[in-house]
Design a binder for this molecule. Structure first.
Ligand SMILES: Cc1cc2nc3c(=O)[nH]c(=O)nc-3n(C[C@H](O)[C@H](O)[C@H](O)COP(=O)(O)OP(=O)(O)OC[C@H]3O[C@@H](n4cnc5c(N)ncnc54)[C@H](O)[C@@H]3O)c2cc1C
Length: 386
């Protein structure tokens, strides 16, 4: 796929990511998918190549690259292994919030280690009572002298029981409704009173999800990002980025199934000729190519809008609902085009389908994305909760 808007430097990073994905990730994808932990050695290798946090400034372990570069990397890594590409999506999101709103000591302590693939930081927003209405959270952070006491449960958190820290969203003002009473903290997870669990997911098992319980956990007041009551808006800025990166992750994973299926239909025969002679096999693949090219182009456009400081909330929501849904459908179709082989665990299609499906939910469902697009288009008249 020709992407004429990428510069020479962008293309160099793209090729680096593609080479790493091909040489180090492709072959072990299926075996790694059965594990319950991310391969930390591979993460460090990705970090050493600058593939985890290119957008961080050089002072914090990045190269000050554009968001577009992050997107290109996400797609290249996800082509070989969606799970491994999670770090290329969550690190610019979480690290971006820390870089913009954290204090200097916090930035120096965590950002270079995140970029190097040595430190896993999870995002703690969702709670057991629901994730779509995320601002209505109830985990409490109560100020006591120079400390905050955290209590409550976060649910459905990626890297559930394997992260070292959490970018935690908790209510500091019990009287302020919704987003206004929410603050953001960077909380270590090795403190007394923290317990993490692990869910048995159907896809992206090495990333994993889990609940994190805070039982009157004390964190210093310096763990607060920015000012009290501003936490929710901080993460929302970040979601405009992660939603586009998710779209490109799903695009990469689906493209791998499409490419392999083009190969398959040329090699396998039925009725005395290659399957590729039948438009019943080629037209669906031609449609998939078209859909992936369209969602990739809109994702890149949206990243370029972000890089230029333009408003892009609506476009980010558009690609976030389209890409995981289309990728799931496309991979399922590729599975069937591979006939009975496609239905085994030997071929990667079933694993890829389960992996991308989770991203129809994570970071907000299609319904929530369409609500955002509606709100951006016609304002609060189109939103039930306003
Ligand atoms: C793979 C994966 C990774 C995740 N990682 C993280 C993470 O790292 N950190 C984190 O904090 N959370 C994470 N989540 C949680 C995720 O953000 C939530 O699951 C998601 O926001 C939906 O919340 P819910 O599951 O509570 O569904 P609910 O909010 O209970 O919604 C249930 C259903 O109702 C629909 N619905 C809800 N409200 C409306 C409405 N107004 N109009 C129409 N339909 C509606 C939803 O679309 C959904 O289909 C992850 C989830 C998954 C699956």
């Amino acid at each position: 796929m020709t992407l004429p808007w990428l510069s020479e430097d962008d293309l160099f990073i793209k090729h680096t990511a593609e080479r790493f994905a091909h040489d180090k990730l492709k072959e072990g994808y299926q075996a790694r998918s059965l594990e319950h932990h991310i391969d930390r050695d591979l993460l460090r290798q990705m970090g050493a190549l600058g593939l985890i946090a290119p957008t961080f400034s050089e002072a914090y372990g990045g190269i000050g690259a554009s968001s577009l570069v992050s997107g290109v990397i996400c797609e290249a890594i996800a082509y070989a292994d969606l799970g491994m590409s999670y770090m290329c999506m969550t690190t610019p999101l979480i690290g971006g919030v820390i870089e913009k709103h954290g204090n200097e000591e916090m930035r120096q302590e965590v950002l270079p280690r995140m970029a190097a693939g040595e430190l896993l930081v999870q995002l703690g927003l969702t709670e057991p009572r629901g994730g779509s209405d995320a601002a209505n959270l109830i985990v409490k952070a109560q100020k006591k002298g120079d400390r905050y006491i955290i209590s409550g449960e976060k649910a459905s958190i990626s890297y559930g029981d394997q992260a070292e820290m959490m970018l935690l969203f908790a209510r500091t003002d019990q009287d302020a409704p919704g987003a206004r009473g929410v603050s953001a903290f960077l909380a270590p997870l090795d403190l007394p009173g923290v317990t993490c669990t692990h869910y048995d997911d159907i896809g992206t098992r090495p990333v994993g999800r889990g609940s994190v319980f805070f039982d009157d956990v004390e964190i210093p007041e310096t763990a607060l990002l920015g000012k009290e009551g501003e936490g929710f808006t901080k993460v929302m800025e970040g979601f405009d980025l992660s939603r586009i990166l998710i779209a490109l992750q799903c695009c990469g994973t689906a493209q791998a199934s499409v490419d392999e299926t083009w190969e398959y239909i040329q090699g396998r025969e039925a009725f005395g000729r290659p399957l590729a002679k039948f438009q019943g096999t080629t037209f669906p693949l031609a449609e998939h190519e078209s859909m992936l090219a369209a969602v990739r182009a809109l994702s890149h456009q949206t990243l370029m809008m972000r890089d230029k400081g333009m408003q892009h909330t609506s476009e980010a929501a558009m690609v976030k609902w389209m890409s995981p849904k289309w990728a799931t459908d496309i991979i399922q179709n590729c599975l069937v085009l591979n006939g009975h082989y496609g239905y085994t665990t030997e071929l990667p299609h079933q694993q890829r389908m389960m992996d991308v499906m989770g991203l129809q939910i994570g970071d907000g469902t299609a319904q929530i994305m369409k609500t955002i697009i509606t709100r951006e288009k016609i304002g609060s008249i189109g939103v039930a909760y306003k």
